[in-house]
Design a protein around this ligand. Structure first.
Ligand code: BTN
Length: 235
């Protein structure tokens, strides 16, 4: 396997306790992170940031349109095992980052971040060997038009710089990824949208009850309760 080299804009280590690698434009920070891991260059707390991506990836093989003006970052963290709770810690960390910017976010299970019912941020979590790659795209200055859902951007609510958002996000990730799951769970439930409401899961209606202690979503159909991991619901 050959690792393609892109021109690194800056590489420094003084942003919190992260090693930051920054690019003007690459295909995907997520792919770059996976390439680093495949070439033995993966390290805990590495952040790969791009000003724009030409082949940004979303969940369910969707494209993540990545024009200049937004935050596109993939974090590499140590994770010897899969951790179904991680998704919620990441969602809360992002939501708290928006709160710090005076924006009121909601979390759509498992980790989409909405403002006024429109998607402002998406998260892609992928495991690779002893690491997990957490890809985060936050609409700051622009929001793409997407067929599947409505979108918005931070600039509709406040004037913020990408690097300031990144700095707060890094601190919040450290805080919430090391927090007790009971705290993550409580905060996630406070900001979750659709709780106790009827939602659609795989085309059929169900009531959204909450999360269990392992990070599964609890749904109810009639009198039957069932658990869902890593999928999508429609509100
Ligand atoms: C989603 O579908 O909601 C997840 C979107 C994740 C997008 C981010 S942007 C940074 C990183 N690089 C990618 O190619 N994807 C993720």
């Amino acid at each position: 396997m050959v690792m393609i080299l892109y021109k690194i804009k800056m590489e420094y280590t003084d942003l919190a306790n992260y090693k930051l690698i920054s690019f003007d434009k690459i295909p995907s920070t997520q792919n770059y992170a996976h390439d680093m891991i495949a070439h033995g260059r993966g390290a805990d707390h590495t952040a790969i940031v791009a000003q724009a991506q030409s082949a940004g990836r979303g969940r369910f093989r969707r494209t993540w349109v990545s024009h200049h003006g937004n935050l596109y970052v993939s974090f590499i963290f140590n994770s010897p095992d899969r951790n179904p709770r991680l998704s919620y810690a990441v969602a809360v960390a992002i939501a708290e980052t928006l709160v710090a910017c005076d924006i009121k976010p909601q979390i759509k299970w498992p980790n989409d971040i909405l403002v006024d019912g429109k998607k402002i941020c998406g998260v892609l979590i992928e495991y690779s060997g002893p690491f997990v790659v957490v890809g985060i795209g936050i609409n700051i200055k622009t929001n793409p038009t997407v067929a599947e859902y409505k979108t918005t951007k931070m600039a509709n609510y406040t004037d913020v710089e990408i690097n300031d958002v990144l700095r707060v996000l890094m601190k919040n990730l450290d805080k919430w990824m090391s927090a007790d799951f009971s705290r993550v769970h409580a905060r996630w439930m406070e900001m979750a949208v659709g709780l106790n409401k009827t939602i659609k899961y795989r085309g059929t209606s169900a009531q959204m009850i909450g999360l269990n202690e392992n990070g599964a979503l609890i749904l109810r159909r009639d009198s039957e309760y069932f658990l869902v991991y890593g999928d999508e619901v429609a509100l």
